[in-house]
Design a protein around this ligand. Structure first.
Ligand code: ADP
Ligand code: ZN
Length: 619
């Protein structure tokens, strides 16, 4: 029997279903308002960040209203995992997409018509077929949820032509409430969604896009792979993570190098066979603690909640992309790390890609502006979160979030006027034709072949920068590029050229403040802070605090159950539920039922086994 048929007419039916079915004690943020609005038959647009809890906003009303909730989603893996999770919780849920056989699809259709389904996930192209629209016309529909609604935007990066056709829902089913949801916040996309889905008169629920559990860190790139290995072994051992690289070759390299270091890492890029890609993605989703090394194609449509870190070894294209990609960490709200290593060569490389692209000039200019904004975020000495959310137009109450590298260990800033002048003069004297390496050779007075070839040892700038080492000069150089005093040219050598604003620096009219912060010291400091037990995205946070042996036993039990049932580990129990059990050591089913994530069905299925496991395991 579907839950909607059995639902309670008590005033707090929503809370009761949240508690019994999902095992959760209360609503988050605007969820309650949204759920009431939709349950009462209202249309709306919901903007919430990844991990904000959008699914509940349509799942609960579907359970509370008569009929079946139809969820339109373009993402097949996500549909499958959501249905697995709902089924675990005792909800009658199914999918209708191209992965089903004819028989399987007919069975789902039959269940829809007989009123046996609470929720049905449908791919948009399927939904728009005359056959499916007819079918829906004969069924009782609780609501339409249009997930990833930004896919209707022709200007966005995820445009899907099928989404345009969804305007038919308002015409054919005017009395069925429509709820559109997205994690893309900008005003233009929002307006487009409202227009195309006939939601211009509907209320919009806009949540803060802050992800407080994500710790933002951006470090100076030295040897990125080694730095990444250190990050993983020191702070994220055994954790699931995503590593982004720009090229397929680098993806393969990094994955191999992590594997050699004993870290379970898998490559993922468009050059791999589809079956290999699918296998790697499945292992990442289903197993505990797998690291996927991928090009940016990976991640959309994966709602694995327990990704503990996202690492960028190359610079994303924009602040938007950075926010979206880092946002795949920590959907479950637990401490997570967004870490990026970047260096001058990243800026040079991205600039070259833009210059060489075939786009119109206006497009190139826009791309350069986007890159500049990201570089400014990477170079800022102020709070990264403040800057990031500010970019999206969201003001923060505090300018110190306490959970980014700059807030945790404020970088030292010093007057860099003289250093900047030395470097800019060196660029000028050598004819604005050389890249970073040669410029630094000249500054530190190194007699290389090239220096000899061009007689650069005869210049007044030769050796004027001996007080700094190469690494320090690179940092100065990068910051001058980020400030816009130097520009990476479009030639293959990455020649650096002076900009208009360099003149002011050379004349001494412009102040230049430079950050200095050796990365290793910083990393240690951040690690130290984690140890002191603030929001700590570290191995310590995984619950070794409370009963490590029990924690490990629970995780092993979960892996085994997930494997047997062929579902992701998090579908069996979330990390936070495991933490809760390990900390509480429940003796009775009633105690176990009080832990978030244990609803009626999970108690029935796993309760006795979990209590036994708790009693059997010391510490
Ligand atoms: P989104 O679709 O917005 O990215 P999800 O709907 O997948 O987010 O929810 C993210 C996580 O938050 C999930 O693990 C979900 O179980 C959890 N969650 C959602 N609502 C609540 C709530 N009211 N209390 C506790 N956890 C919640
Ligand atoms: Zn901060």
């Amino acid at each position: 029997m579907p839950i909607s048929a059995a639902r309670n007419q008590e005033p707090d039916a929503a809370l009761s279903v949240l508690n019994h079915v999902f095992g959760l004690p209360g609503f988050r943020g605007a969820q309650e308002k949204i759920i009431r609005h939709v349950t009462d038959g209202g249309n709306c647009l919901v903007l919430m960040p990844t991990g904000g809890g959008k699914s509940m906003c349509y799942q609960l009303p579907s359970l509370l209203r008569d009929g079946c909730g139809i969820v339109v989603s373009p993402l097949i893996a996500l549909m499958r995992d959501q249905v697995a999770g709902l089924t675990e919780a005792g909800v009658n849920a199914a999918v209708l997409n191209s992965t089903l056989s004819y028989q399987e699809a007919s069975e789902v259709e039959r269940r829809l018509l007989t009123g046996d389904l609470d929720l049905l996930y449908v791919a948009p192209e399927r939904l728009l077929t005359p056959r499916c629209l007819n079918l829906l016309g004969q069924a009782r529909i609780a609501l339409f949820a249009i997930d990833e609604a930004h896919c209707v935007s022709q200007w966005g990066h995820d445009f899907r032509p099928e989404y345009i056709g969804l305007s038919v829902l308002a015409e054919r089913f005017p009395d069925v409430p429509r709820i559109a949801l997205t994690a893309t916040a900008d005003a233009m996309t929002r307006k487009e969604i409202a227009e195309r889905l006939s939601l211009t008169d509907a209320p919009q629920f806009v949540a803060s896009f802050d992800r407080p559990n994500i710790r933002y860190e951006i470090v100076d790139k030295q040897n990125a792979t080694t730095q990444l290995k250190n990050l993983i072994t020191e702070r994220h051992a055994g954790d699931a993570g995503v590593v982004y690289c720009l090229s397929r070759a680098k993806v393969e390299d990094v994955a191999a190098s992590l594997s050699d270091a004993g870290i379970p890492a898998l490559p993922y890029h468009a050059g791999l066979d589809a079956s290999v890609r699918a296998r790697h993605q499945d292992r990442f989703i289903n197993e505990d603690g797998v690291v996927i090394v991928a090009t940016i194609a990976f991640g959309m449509g994966i709602d694995k909640p327990d990704v503990r870190f996202v690492a960028h070894l190359d610079l994303p294209k924009s602040v938007e992309a950075y926010y979206q990609e880092t946002g795949r960490a920590g959907r479950d709200g637990k401490p997570s790390t967004a870490w990026m290593a970047y260096g001058l060569s990243d800026i040079v490389q991205q600039r070259r890609m833009i210059d060489e692209s075939t786009g119109a000039d206006a497009f190139k200019r826009a791309s350069i502006a986007k890159l500049d904004a990201l570089v400014a975020l990477a170079e800022t000495v102020h709070c990264r979160r403040h800057r990031l959310l500010g970019y999206f137009g969201e003001a923060q109450a505090s300018e110190n979030c306490g959970n980014c590298d700059n807030c945790l260990t404020p970088p030292r800033v010093r007057d860099g006027k003289v250093l900047a002048q030395k470097l800019l003069s060196c660029v000028y004297r050598t004819g604005q034709r050389f890249g970073a390496m040669h410029l630094i050779d000249v500054l530190v007075g190194r007699m290389t072949e090239r220096v000899k070839q061009f007689s650069h040892d005869q210049l007044s700038v030769f050796g004027i920068g001996r007080k700094l080492n190469e690494k320090q000069w690179r940092a100065v150089l990068r910051q001058l590029v980020a400030m816009g005093h130097l520009r990476a040219g479009s030639d293959a050598f990455g020649a650096l050229k002076l900009t208009e604003s360099a003149r002011g620096v050379l004349k001494g009219e412009t102040t230049v403040m430079l950050r200095e912060q050796p990365e290793t010291a910083r990393n240690r400091a951040i690690r130290g802070k984690s140890r002191r037990g603030e929001l700590a995205p570290s191995t310590e946070s995984k619950g070794s605090a409370a009963n490590p042996a029990l924690h490990a036993a629970l995780r092993a039990w979960r892996s085994e159950v997930a494997r047997q049932r062929g579902v992701p580990a998090y579908v069996v129990l979330h990390d936070s539920t495991i933490d809760g059990i390990a900390a509480m050591r429940p003796d009775t089913l009633t105690e176990l039922r009080g832990i978030a994530g244990i609803g009626d069905k999970k108690l029935e299925h796993y309760g006795d086994e979990l209590i036994r496991l708790v009693n059997r395991t010391d510490g």
